[in-house]
Design a protein around this ligand. Structure first.
Ligand SMILES: [Fe+2]
Length: 744
């Protein structure tokens, strides 16, 4: 069992900066913290390649342990105000699209205190029906429900009102009628025997009830799953007809002077603000990044882009398992010294018989480089995969992986701690796809000694660089996103990890500009440069992804919601956006398969003098990479090939191609518009990785292996093998200042 975990406020750190380290223990009363440099994180004992280097640090030592809670689940909150405190008779209403109405009590619009119970709450009750609850703050509680369960994924106008003069409490749910089905409207009214509804002095909350964490921090509970659109608060008990008139009015406060608040969630899309368009300015904030830019109750289908018709995208989709910032208190800080070399580092935490590595990346001092080579850590991809539960959420997992599902300690921990949040490979508890992933929480698969996917196999490449004495700086996707080509320009060559899958537009622009000048890119991975993602400009460390239309994906994106809220850009595959990876690195994904990896054979073009440096020391007929840690070969997991139609440069040399792919290696959906009986690696010659080289007009060059498994072949035979040799040949030539001439 995991007994200690932690995270830092930043993944990329510059010497001179200070990072905060947040730690939580699960059982142990003490833990020890030390600094290590991560060299190779693969700790399989048979391979004997694990390497870390302990570094002296002022924080090294023993610390008291404590369990720090996480309040997951999104909601929105409006601070208390005199306009809320002064309410006597009132109506609350909203358009809602519940996704789990049968999941138990869920707060829709609440201004409530549990103990002693007081305030009001419009909610979904245990029967799945709409209900309104009021309390006098002295233990007296009255509730009325419609008794008619709400249907999932259907729009309703819901309202609750209190008439102080008549002492009546009413609740009402009106479905938006479909021509194809008959959902029931329902309402109920009852007398309220309480002397008054308590003014609990609490904030107003959407999509949850208030709660307090064990640390005393305000949080939420009894979360609502689903959408809320145009919630309103009116200072009078409205009749059904009056309620409808207000609800369908985009600017109700202009026609009804008793409107206290008319929230408009179509404003502020992409951020955490919510705005009240009414007269009292009851603005608020969302917590834990619910999804925005979502179709509202009035969506007509006339537009797919929320920016073009925001008034039809006024819904926020809340989930009870959303998470942005775990919000732990820092245990200690670390001022990164100016002379700490650039690299991958971790705070090693040890408690009882357990340990954890809080991993971060130290780049060179800003504006400088300390090596000619930069390793570009795929932190956007690490984030997209953060804390994935895919093997538990995806029912075809074993069929696609060709393996029995196995769970390590971290996976088991996540099953028991849903509050650590999800990855963009998962589904929310309401079945909708996860669009956001944060690094402000412990990420149980971004550390050494974790399974060989995403982060940890990239350390095979670091281990190889160290073994060969090749100096490198470490920079990250987030740095590239913020600084663009300026980050890369001073490097003679840039080296990717095994799987640089997720790219923001500024990241892609930065790489393209680097190559357009004189840059040299060594792509030692597969399935790279595939999906457009976005970083939030307002919420640091938050990534957004909408898996529109195509590609290997684990769920369908909600139709009509393909545009990213952080940037307004159309989401999906870069290939579908007209910027296929082939137009950047020569190759792009064609197939995936996880049981058996293949190996490369030299092609005719490898004997072209332009490619001579690549194959120094390599025989003409050698199988290249018929060994390796992932599937026993260098070409596997996810593999890429050339395609001139998608932009492979006309002078690119395919110097080697792979063979030996199994019947469990399949074409990716983006490659096939029609299923047929020859979609697997045993039958289809298009299923291959193309090792590709081309020069650029600025004297630069690109070398691509197009395989995730390549890096895992580097350590074979003490890093002495033809995969390692080819990689070293390429790196050494790419670091040589001599320009690459374009072929005549
Ligand atoms: Fe991937």
């Amino acid at each position: 069992m995991k007994k200690v975990l932690g995270y830092t406020n930043a993944w990329s750190v510059t010497p001179g900066e200070t990072i905060r380290v947040m730690v939580s223990t699960y059982g142990p009363e003490r833990y020890r913290a030390d600094l290590v440099r991560v060299i190779c994180g693969d700790d399989e004992p048979d391979r004997d390649i694990y390497r870390e280097e302990e570094i002296e640090a002022p924080f090294s030592g023993e610390y008291p342990g404590r369990t720090q809670p996480i309040g997951a689940g999104s909601y929105a909150v409006v601070p208390d105000s005199p306009s809320l405190a002064g309410l006597e008779s009132f109506t609350v209403q909203a358009w809602v699209w519940p996704t789990t109405p049968g999941k138990g009590e869920q707060g829709l619009i609440t201004r409530w205190r549990d103990d002693p119970a007081g305030g009001f709450a419009l909610l979904i009750d245990d029967s799945g029906a709409l209900a309104m609850r009021v309390g006098d703050g002295r233990g007296g509680v009255v509730e009325i429900g419609t008794g008619e369960p709400l249907a999932a994924r259907r729009w309703y106008l819901v309202s609750g009102s209190y008439d102080a003069a008549a002492k009546e409490l009413s609740v009402r749910q009106d479905p938006i009628m479909s021509p194809l089905e008959s959902l029931k409207a329902a309402d109920a009214t009852r007398e309220v025997e309480l002397s008054a509804i308590a003014d609990v002095g609490a904030p107003l909350m959407f999509a949850a009830f208030p709660a307090t964490l064990s640390t005393g921090k305000a949080a939420a509970q009894r979360h609502y799953n689903g959408k809320i659109d145009r919630p309103r608060l009116i200072g009078r008990a409205l009749s059904a007809a009056e309620g409808l008139a207000v609800a369908w009015d985009a600017m109700p406060h202009e026609r009804n002077t008793q409107v206290v608040a008319a929230w408009d969630f179509s404003r502020d899309i992409g951020g955490d603000a919510i705005s009240d368009s009414g007269p009292n300015g009851l603005h608020g904030r969302t917590v834990n990044v619910p999804s925005r830019g979502c179709k509202g109750h009035n969506w007509s289908g006339a537009e797919q882009n929320w920016r073009h018709l925001p008034q039809e995208y006024g819904a926020i989709h809340f989930h009870d398992d959303d998470l942005y910032d775990a919000g732990w208190e820092a245990d200690f800080e670390y001022a990164v010294p100016n002379d700490l070399r650039s690299g991958v580092y971790a705070v090693r935490l040890r408690a009882d018989d357990d340990e954890w590595y809080v991993t971060f990346f130290v780049r060179p001092p800003r504006g400088t480089t300390t090596s000619k080579l930069a390793f570009l850590a795929s932190t956007a991809t690490y984030m997209a995969y953060a804390n994935y539960h895919w093997m538990m959420h995806e029912r075809y997992c074993e069929a696609t992986e060709s393996f029995w599902t196995t769970l390590d300690k971290g996976d088991v921990f996540l099953q028991e701690h849903n509050e650590f949040g999800l990855s963009t490979y998962d589904t929310h508890s309401d079945g909708s796809g996860v669009r956001y992933a944060s690094r402000l929480r412990p990420v149980l698969n971004m550390a050494p000694k974790t399974p060989l996917w995403s982060f940890n196999p990239d350390t095979h490449i670091l281990g190889w660089l160290e073994e060969k004495g090749i100096e490198y700086d470490v920079i990250t996707d987030e740095d590239l996103h913020h600084e663009g080509v300026g980050l890369l320009d001073s490097y003679r060559a840039v080296l990717t990890g095994t799987h640089p899958e997720y790219y923001t537009t500024p990241m892609l622009d930065g790489l393209r500009a680097y190559l357009a000048r004189r840059g040299r890119l060594i792509y030692l991975g597969g399935n790279g440069f595939i999906w457009r993602c976005a970083f939030s400009p307002e919420m640091p460390g938050m990534l957004e992804l909408r898996r529109a239309e195509d590609g290997i994906r684990y769920r369908d994106e909600e139709p009509g919601e393909y545009y990213l809220e952080f940037t307004g850009e159309f989401g999906g595959l870069w290939r579908r956006l007209g910027m296929a990876p082939q137009a950047l690195v020569g190759v792009g994904t064609v197939a995936v398969g996880f049981d058996v990896s293949g190996y490369y054979r030299r092609q005719e073009a490898s004997f072209d003098p332009r490619a001579g440096f690549i194959f120094e020391g390599i025989g003409a007929d050698e199988a290249i990479g018929d060994f390796g840690i992932l599937g026993g070969g260098a070409s596997g997991s996810e593999i890429d090939a050339v395609n001139p139609m998608l932009g492979t440069p006309s002078h690119a040399l395919v110097v080697a191609s792979s063979e030996g792919h199994s019947a469990n290696t399949y074409l990716v959906p983006d490659e096939t518009g029609f299923h047929h009986c020859a979609m697997d690696g045993a039958q289809n010659p298009d299923i291959r990785a193309d090792m590709t080289f081309f020069e650029t007009p600025g004297g630069g060059a690109v070398f691509s292996v197009g395989s995730i498994a390549w890096g895992a072949s580097l350590p074979h035979n003490g890093f002495d093998n033809n995969v390692a040799r080819i990689s070293e040949n390429v790196v050494r030539r790419f670091l040589d200042d001599t320009p690459f001439p374009m072929p005549g």
